[in-house]
Write a protein that binds this ligand. Structure first.
Ligand SMILES: [Zn+2]
Length: 191
């Protein structure tokens, strides 16, 4: 794992070996410090954990953060999916990859479309982007033109996978177009 400073008040923790398996974990410094996805335990004290979707590689440490006092935030559909995380989201695939016990997660706050999350340094708008999973969301800072796209879009023509059990290619295409139209200057994807 390596920690990289991307911009002022913005860090990513990411995998150094076997890239692509564990989700990029972004730290947005502010009041409070915000985490986007929970693929790693970070050194900063985290107040809010925003989950882009219900896949295990993105939420594997969410419960640990919650135990340390952080609130978990996700879309309504992801909240339902995370509640039964131990049974769905292709657990066999993740179990094999991570040799992990997948636990269900209780989300503290549901994120509505167009809602804004503000920590003083970042103002993130919630954008619903179903397709990779039904409950996938992305976060957009309009002022900074920064996009946190989860597994929906990796830039250009590189779209997320729709091959997991709840994936939907038609929905995903619509969602990616929606993101492209916002013309972000910086794209921070989940992998
Ligand atoms: Zn995923």
């Amino acid at each position: 794992m390596e920690k990289i400073k991307l911009q002022e008040n913005l860090y990513v923790y990411r995998q150094t070996n076997e890239p692509g398996i564990i989700a990029n974990t972004y730290v947005l410094i502010g009041n409070p410090n915000i985490l986007i996805d929970a693929g790693f335990m970070v050194e900063e004290k985290i107040g809010k954990v925003l989950l882009t979707h219900c896949h295990f590689d993105h939420h594997q440490y969410a419960k640990k953060y919650q135990e340390k006092g952080a609130k978990i935030l996700a879309s309504k559909k992801a909240t339902e999916e995370l509640k039964k995380a131990s049974q769905i989201v292709s657990p066999d695939y993740f179990r094999k990859k991570f040799n992990a016990k997948i636990e269900s997660i209780t989300v503290d706050e549901i994120l509505e479309e167009n809602q804004a999350i503000n920590n003083g340094n970042f103002k993130l708008k919630i954008i619903y982007v179903p397709g990779h999973t039904p409950g996938s969301i992305a976060f957009y800072d309009e002022e900074k033109k920064m996009f946190f796209s989860g597994d929906t879009w990796y830039g250009g023509e590189r779209i997320g996978s729709y091959k997991f059990p709840s994936g939907d290619l038609e929905q995903l295409k619509i969602s990616v177009e929606k993101l492209k139209n916002l013309k972000p200057k910086f794209l921070f994807p989940g992998h």
